[in-house]
Design a protein around this ligand. Sequence first.
Ligand code: ADP
Length: 164
Amino acid sequence: MSKIMYPGSFDPITKGHMNVIEQTLALNAFDEILVAVLINPTKKEPFFTIQERVDMIKEIYKNNDKIKVVSSDKSAVDVALLYECSAILRGVRGVNDFNEEILLATINKEISNNKVNTLFISADKEYQFVSSSVVKEIFNLNKSINNYVDPIVEERMLVKRRRS
Ligand code: ADP
């Protein structure tokens, strides 16, 4: 079974992430996409807990048995090896993303002894500028985020705001 892992913070998952996933599914090159919510210690004060992020992604893809979701505090390459994924999926939003990503991809290939390659996908034009941080900023301005996230995510953000 061929598996590709899509690592990220997903705080929260956006339509940009979802577009990258859809395009990868459309390639029909992998039997499974393993979305890995990784703990990123450089990102302080997350909006959602890791478990909340995992639950939302599972809910969004509950009818798609090609999408699995895990979380981990390990590095992306270690998670890929652990779950026997032959590739890591990364979305690129432009040259800035790419400069950093190409370096990471090269390191990951090397430290995994060529077991883990990286596939880059760019989001379709309407999602190029969508990021989790932009979503949170717009939400904090009390504006609608339904162009940028699945309704499940918007609902959970509103619930969290009401409870805080
Ligand atoms: P962010 O960078 O938005 O905080 P993540 O760390 O969750 O997001 O990102 C996971 C992966 O998804 C990264 O490879 C990131 O570049 C990619 N990604 C996120 N948003 C987009 C988008 N709008 N278009 C293409 N790739 C994206």
